[in-house]
Design a protein around this ligand. Structure first.
Ligand SMILES: [Zn+2]
Length: 329
C-alpha cells in the first residue's frame, strides 16, 4: 500500500493507492524464486526496458537502466518493501545508456551498493562524457529520453569478467563474458531458477510477438557474438531475462535461433555488398528475407524509440562488420 499526501489549496487530501496484481501503480512483477522484474517505463514507454531484482538477505539489481527511469526502479524496490541500504550490487551487462547509464544516479540512492561491470566499461562509468556525446550523435532524441549519465565513483566499481556473487539466503549470480554486441558485454546467470540475463547479447525480445530481432549496432563483432551465444548455450539455461524485454522460456532454442538469425543477416548483407547495395537497400532485403522482420517491421517503424534504435542501427552494425570480414560461414 502506498500513501500519497496531496495539498489542494487549504485542504489536505490523502490518497491511498492499493497495489493489485492488475493495478497500474505496479512496476514490479515476481517472475521466479527470489526474482522480480521491474518495467522501467522509460520515457513513458512500457515493455521497453527491464531491470531485475534478486533477493536474499541482501539484494542484487541487474541493469540500472537509463538515468531518466531510476526513480521508477527505486519505486519498484519500495513496492517490494526492500530497503535501499540492503542493495549490495548493481550488475550492468554493459554501459550503453539503456543498461548502465543510470548507475551513477542510482548509486546516490543506494548507500552500500557497488556496480559490477566489465573492466572495459569501467572508464565510461567513471567519466561518462564521451559515452554521452557518442550516444547523442547515434541516438539523437532517444538519448535525451534516456537522460545523461552521472559518474560512478571509482571506489564503488567492481570490474570483473568472471566469478560469482553469492547472496546470503538468495541465488548465486555468475558472471559470463559475452562480448559481441559490445566489446565489454557481460551476461549473468542466476542459480535459483537457472536463468540468464543476456543484456543485448541475445537480441531484443518482443513478448507480444514472441520473436527476437538482432541488436547489432556498430561496432558489432559477429564472430565474438556467435561464440558468446555458444557460451550461453553451454550453460543450458531454462530462462532468458531480456533487458528488452522480459522473461522468456525455451532459452536454449532461442539462443540457437538467434545464432541462425545473425548468420542470415550476415549472409544477406554480404550478398548486398557484393551487388553494391546501400545499407538501406540491405535493410529492405533483410526485412523481405527474414520472416521475423516481416512480422515486426510495421511495429518497429511506428514506435518512437525502436524506429530510431532498432532496424537502421542494427543493419548498419552488420554492414560495417561485413565490410571488414572476409567471409561468414
Ligand atoms: Zn539495449
Amino acid at each position: 500500500m502506498r500513501v500519497h499526501l496531496y495539498f489542494y489549496g487549504n485542504v489536505y487530501a490523502i490518497i491511498v493507492l492499493i497495489k493489485s496484481n492488475n493495478g497500474e501503480a505496479l512496476h514490479t512483477q515476481e517472475i521466479g524464486k527470489n526474482l522480480y522484474q521491474v518495467d522501467l517505463k522509460t520515457g513513458g514507454f512500457k515493455s521497453l526496458i527491464s531491470s531485475y531484482i534478486l533477493r536474499g538477505t541482501e539484494i542484487i539489481i541487474v541493469e540500472s537502466g537509463p538515468t531518466s527511469s531510476v526513480p521508477t526502479l527505486i519505486d519498484g524496490l519500495k513496492e517490494l518493501n526492500l530497503r535501499l541500504e540492503d542493495v549490495e550490487y548493481v550488475a550492468v551487462t554493459h554501459v550503453h545508456l539503456d543498461h548502465g547509464g543510470g548507475a551513477g544516479t542510482l548509486l546516490k540512492a543506494l548507500p552500500n551498493a557497488k556496480v559490477i561491470v566489465h573492466p572495459r566499461g569501467m572508464p565510461h562509468l567513471i567519466n561518462p562524457q564521451r559515452l554521452w556525446e557518442s550516444a547523442q550523435s547515434v541516438l539523437g532524441y532517444v538519448s535525451e529520453i534516456f537522460g545523461e549519465p552521472e559518474p560512478v565513483p571509482k571506489e564503488r566499481i567492481v570490474p570483473v569478467t568472471q566469478g560469482s556473487f553469492d547472496l546470503d539466503g538468495g541465488p548465486k549470480l555468475k558472471v559470463i563474458e559475452t562480448v559481441g554486441h559490445a566489446s565489454h558485454s557481460l551476461s549473468f546467470h542466476e542459480s535459483f531458477n537457472n536463468g540468464v540475463f543476456p543484456g543485448d547479447a541475445a537480441g531484443t525480445y518482443f513478448p507480444e510477438f514472441d520473436v527476437v530481432m538482432p541488436t547489432t549496432p556498430p561496432p558489432f563483432y559477429l564472430d565474438s557474438a556467435l561464440a558468446s551465444l555458444d557460451t550461453l548455450i553451454s550453460l543450458n539455461p531454462s530462462f532468458l531475462y531480456y533487458s528488452h524485454f522480459s522473461k522468456a522460456k525455451n532459452a536454449v532454442r532461442r539462443l540457437q535461433d538467434y545464432k541462425l538469425q545473425l548468420k542470415l543477416w550476415a549472409k544477406i548483407t554480404q550478398e548486398g555488398l557484393k551487388e553494391n547495395q546501400s545499407a538501406e537497400e540491405i535493410g529492405d532485403r533483410i526485412v523481405s528475407e527474414d520472416k521475423v522482420m516481416q512480422r515486426l517491421v510495421g511495429y518497429l517503424r511506428s514506435h518512437r524509440i525502436y524506429s530510431k534504435t532498432a532496424l537502421g542501427n542494427s543493419v548498419q552494425g552488420v554492414v560495417e562488420y561485413a565490410k571488414h570480414a572476409k567471409q561468414v560461414s
